[in-house]
Design a protein around this ligand. Sequence first.
Ligand code: C2E
Ligand code: MG
Ligand code: MG
Length: 940
Amino acid sequence: MWRRMALVIGCAVLAGLAAASWIRVHEVAGERYIMTSERLAGSAQSFARELHGRLESADALVRYLSATDAGVNGSLLQDRMLTAEAFHGVVVLPYPELPADAGNPADPTTRLTGLSADDRLRLQGGQSLIRALTPATGGTVLYLLHQVNSSSTPRLGLFEIDPGWLWQGAADLPRQQSMIVIDTADHLLFEGSALPPEIARMVARTPAERPTLSGQPLLRDWQQNGVAWRGAVVGLDTRIGRLSGPVWSIAVYGQLASLPVAVRSITDDLLPLLLLAAAAVALATWYLCGCWQRPLLRLEAALQALRQGQFRRVNLSGSTDTPRAIAQSFNLAIIGLESRYGAQELLSEIDRLLLEASDLEQSIEPILLRVCTVTEAQVAAMALLDRDAPAHARSFMAGCDGAICPVTRINLEPETTLALQDAPQGLLVPAHQLDRYGFLQALRERGAEICHVWPILAGSEVAGMLSVGYRGSMEPSAQLLRYGAQCAARLQIALSNRDTDARLYHQAHFDSLTSLPNRVLFRDRLSQELAGVGSGSPGGALLYVDLDHFKRVNDTVGHGAGDQLLTIIAQRLRSCVKDGDTVARLGGDEFTVILRQVPSAEAASEIAQRIIDALQRPVNIGGRDHQVRASIGITRFPDDGSNIDELLRNADLAMYQAKDSGRSCAVFFDRKMARASVQLAESGLFRAVRRREFALYYQPQFALQNGELVAMEALVRWQHPREGLRFPKDFVPAAEQSGLMVEIGTWVLESACRQLMLWREEGIAPGRLALNVSLQQLRASDFVQLLDQTLERAGLPPQILELEVTEAVFADEDARVALRKVAALGVRVALDDFGTGYSSLNHLRQQPVDAIKIDRCFMSEVPDNYQATTLLATIIDMAHALGKQVIAEGVETLPQLDLLRQRGCDIAQGFVLARPLQVADATERLAQRSASTALLRRAG
Ligand code: C2E
Ligand code: MG
Ligand code: MG
């Protein structure tokens, strides 16, 4: 590098020097030219003046010498002339007789004295004439002609001027100068050095153009044998005083200095200058290399790295100011480039995420992490407004530390959406205005002190918003905000394709039949409410609405009608609550209602009652009125609980309590229910009820008289998905305690009746079907109606059914009333587990009991134990005495069977005869029985 630098600097310096020298040479040449001109002019002028003076003196001398008699032939005059150094001599001649033109032109005297009439007059007037004569021997002789008196006769005196005297000044000219004097008649009067004739003529003609002695001489240039000459020409008019003559041209000339001469004149100065320049070049090269080589090499390396996509800074801390400044500018440019490159990469990543995501929501969180990075924000959040309720939104949030926050539900003030609609470029929300926007609260909690929010529009509507939050009060730079806006624009494009997403969203969040929010959205909304209630606002209430006997509608008029009914029910439910409250369908005939900001329990109760009333109004479907009743469980939040599952459990429990309390009513949750339900919840019975994880087994009962299968008892089993078959003792007490038994009992009743109907259709039905009914079922207000409708639907005669109740029902007034109604329907009643409880014989007498079932515990000791055997026999007798049929259960041995037959027991049920059977086995058993009966009849 240093070689190139030295070369460049050297060339630059040399070029400068050459230019300066060239100018200098020309200056010198010019100066010399002027100087030569001035010198020549000065010489010419001074010589002309000198000549002028000499001619004047010569004339005066002639006049003096001619003033006295010249003597014969001028002898006296010649004597006087001896001392006059200006003249060589004098010739005195008579005036020529002939006119000037008549003389012999070849005779020099004739030529010299050839006077014109004017000349003669001038001479006679005492004037002198100057005449030049060119003798045959060459050269030019000058004469002064003057009239002299020779013995009183006018004669013509020819005074020959001494050239040595006249031209003596020419010897004083400087060495380089030469001189020539020519008169207008082309007489070469004096010639210092020979000049070509044409140049001599040019010189002679010059004064004719401007004959002057006093003015500036005229300058003339010419070339002679390749040499430049310059001459200064002065015209000398020889009419001086009484002297008369032609104009003389006096030219002083000399060679002009040529360029090489000028160059030579500066050569001496040039050499030290060149040495100085070389030293300066070396110094400058050394200095510049020192300053620039290292920085340039580093810059080059950084640029090469940049080409490979690496953004490397240059450190030139030790360098001089300029490279350091360049490095700083370079580094700033690199930082800018790096930031832009990084931003573009992040934006591309966002594009990729948006393109790859089948569901926008799945990609929001990774996108937000990138939004944080590209906008250098502390935290970024995106809110997606619910389509059906723009006041609600789901908020996704991510922090710059990579933290992804759980999705929350937020409420949006209408002003916020309006403000954003009018500000497509986004809103800057400074610290003191953060309070105004509730949805920015979450960003604030994560340390944001200043936020920027961009709307995400779908058409002209706000479909969402992108917010970023910064620590400190410094507003983010315009560039960062541009990146934010670009992110928002990308999300907007993604959202504009959201019709498909919306459909998917709708499918995922709304019930397809009723268009109500489904379980997912319900949980979302409830969690949103729970998040909002802590801050001093009144809590809300969750209502669990379960339709009583909805299934019957399905069974009687079909699923299409059932769907219609559910749609109408959904509309009625919606109409009972205000905007902002949520009515959701969890599935089947279960609905939930989230009441926002309920000031008191009474208010919740009023709304629940409004719902019950609204649902009770008959619904006409297919020309038939259906009456739907609802049982509602109410739980309040945050008083009763603060998490979704807990509240759902509470409301569910309360709802079962409502069913237990006779249906068509609303019951508030209280803690006692929760305690009772803990075991239940753990047992998974709630789920079992919902999923109908039950099955019925059928145990045959035989007439002891003839051994005929006369009845079947339906016994419920829980088909636990993991633990297998569970027996009533494991879940019935808990189900009874929680109220779930009502639901289970209804299912048992309907399933058993349907099965009986099928057996009847096959012609193999038993004479009676026994069903166990718990106290809670009997107490439910609509039990009898349910029983009646079920029988009717299955087309069964009431007496084919025998309800087994325990003695506990007699202690309950409602149950007793219901029992009477059951009996009034024609349905048989059997007193189950007789002998284990408070066996009041009076009850037996008063209550509509058709049969007693002697409990298994009486069987275990018979026939071996006498007292037990006696007691059994007494019970049979007493029952018969009261007109009741006697059924013995838990008969396990043949002796027991024999004893029962001997004592007149009517019917026996027990393992020795038949175990409880699955439907298929029971059906087979019934079919065999029918076949053998038919055989016996035919044989009989
Ligand atoms: P339960 O009504 O007295 O039913 C007779 C029980 O005795 C049945 O037990 C049956 O399997 C059992 N058993 C029958 N023969 C024998 C025998 O020879 N030896 C022994 N050791 N046991 C015998 P399971 O099915 O476990 O039912 C127990 C109780 O659960 C029933 O007693 C009844 O009170 C209740 N239960 C059963 N199904 C229902 C129902 O659908 N609703 C209601 N409310 N209670 C039911
Ligand atoms: Mg029973
Ligand atoms: Mg029993």
